[in-house]
Design a protein around this ligand. Sequence first.
Ligand code: SF4
Length: 291
Amino acid sequence: MANIDRRLPENVSGDFFVDSSCIDCDTCRQIAPATFRDHGGQSSVHRQPVTEQETRLALMALISCPTASIGTGRRHDARQAVAAFPSRIGENVFFCGFTSESSYGAWSYLIVRPDSEGGNVLVDSPRFAASLVRRIRQLGGVRTMFLSHRDDVADHAKFAREFGCLRVMHAADGAARLGAERVIEGEEEVRLDRDLLAIPTPGHTRGHMVLLYKNRFLFTGDHLAWSPERRRLYAFRDACWYSWTEQTRSMARLLDYSFEWILPGHGWRWHAPSAAVMRKELERCIDWMRA
Ligand code: SF4
């Protein structure tokens, strides 16, 4: 629960506020940019929500905050905001909300598919929140859980127990230690089923992988994201725990694939107008990394 006594002075006055426990994960700013902003190292409310839609988005941010740093002065019925997750991003791909502090607020996603197409896929782990678990069950549960790398695994074991899903992870990021049922090794791509391709992308961590779905959606973990300020694709140099050289090399290997969406754990997602535009942006990102 956010603590009113620790309300940050950067908040504008009014109902919604952020307290000093904010870890600057960016989740609230992406969900409700009309309400939350980055004032330098933390988030705060720059404008109180006015419309019903703005209030709903601010409540969705409140629910998704990994550290429960967002509070309100008055009581709200958050049921609608809770029920909004998983929230559709495009086609049958959903954002799970309910981020976890142990993953530093990383975003996780759900691909909803009929059993005949391989069943649902959870990409990285959200918080194991009862309402989210219930909703995922209503959407068909989880058949496969893809863990991009060791930092964003959060409540993976609880989800695996709840849904009996198969966890896919790379050996070099401790897959065996974490109990993953399918362990990927080496740097070759691995086809998980007709529409899913696991691609090792060492760099951020030694065993980082991205997941390509239908040659359209690329789930990028902490490998690649969109920067709204720079208006381009980028990678986190300051949060590269293994090797920037390797990460640059892994990035260049992505030129072998076609996709239009990038869906990261941290940073902003991006839907390019076409695969050709995405490729061009990826080339620009690689040039920047090499420089
Ligand atoms: S979601 Fe929570 S922790 Fe993340 S930036 Fe917003 S207030 Fe801070």
